[in-house]
Design a protein around this ligand. Structure first.
Ligand SMILES: Nc1ncnc2c1ncn2[C@@H]1O[C@H](COP(=O)(O)OP(=O)(O)OP(=O)(O)O)[C@@H](O)[C@H]1O
Ligand SMILES: [Mg+2]
Length: 265
């Protein structure tokens, strides 16, 4: 087994150019959306990434997924540097890191049945014959708590929570080692949230998945993540075990988040 952590992020920086306000206006410094972020994630572990809107969480996710190129710094998957890979080099790695979106409705093709939405990833990676893919997709839908008879329904025929289950099944289709979950329950009713968090917990135990779990508030990550990183203005201001963080928050911003959090379950 490889001794390197599953994911290792070091001094990661992402700058976005800012438009000048006119051709005579002075040059403006780029926006540092991610500013020297470092963390590691072991196999099967869940790391929570919290912070206010605009703090850079999604940008970290997009960098890890290879959807955005880092300005500097390093991202290693089992010791392999990702930031310098070409698209072609990314392709075989892509299945190992999958994304679950906040808004499952936007992520699912409305013209595809639930089954096809899940089977699609398998088809893109040319895994198995069409019949095998459909069987596999059906198994996955059942494993996230949907009934077999629902497999042929279209996304709009499901509730928000059910759609998120489809999104999760789809992310799992390629048997990733790491799931990046970008606010996966933020769009859901509070009552449905707990169900999806339970499902994620169960899947993690069953499959030994690692999670990078992004959320606005601490209450959501607390349920699932034994380690939590707090982001503010592109920087990780604190990264600690859940118990440490809740008992002895070191950073002022973490304390403010704690004060704002409703009492966790
Ligand atoms: N493609 C882009 N071009 C320019 N600026 C960007 C781009 N993507 C993100 N930004 C900026 O980078 C900063 C961080 O954005 P990001 O989406 O990572 O924040 P976030 O923590 O995910 O916020 P939210 O909680 O609202 O989802 C913001 O100021 C945003 O406007
Ligand atoms: Mg975001």
């Amino acid at each position: 087994m490889n001794a390197a952590p599953l994911l290792e992020v070091q001094d990661l920086v992402k700058e976005f150019p800012r438009p000048r306000r006119g051709w005579l206006a002075p040059r403006v410094a780029p926006l540092r959306a991610v500013d020297g972020v470092s963390f590691t994630l072991a196999r099967g572990q869940a790391l929570g990434l919290v912070g206010e809107s605009g703090s850079g969480k999604t940008t970290v996710a997009r960098l890890v997924l290879g959807l955005e190129r880092a300005s500097s710094g390093s991202i290693r998957l089992e010791g392999r540097e990702l930031t310098t890979l070409s698209r072609a080099e990314w392709r075989p790695l892509r299945r190992r890191v999958q994304l679950v979106f906040q808004d499952p409705a936007g992520a699912l093709d409305p013209r595809h049945t639930a089954l096809d939405c899940v089977a699609e990833g398998l088809a893109i990676q040319r895994l198995g014959k069409p019949r095998e893919r459909r069987l596999r997709a059906l198994e996955l839908l059942v494993s996230v708590g949907l009934a077999p008879r629902q497999a042929n329904l279209y996304p709009h025929e499901f509730s928000g929570g059910q759609r998120q289950r489809i999104g999760i099944a789809r992310a799992l289709a390629l048997e990733p080692e790491l799931l990046v979950l970008d606010e996966p329950v933020s769009a859901l009713d509070v009552s449905i949230r707990a169900q999806i968090l339970n499902l994620l917990h169960e899947l993690q135990e069953r499959r030994g998945l690692a999670y990078l779990f992004i959320a606005h508030d601490l209450a959501v990550v607390r349920a699932l993540c034994p380690r939590i990183a707090v982001m503010q203005h592109g920087k990780l201001v604190e990264c600690a075990s859940r118990d440490e963080l809740f008992a002895r928050p070191q950073h002022e911003y973490t304390r403010a988040l704690l004060a704002a959090a409703p009492r966790a379950r």
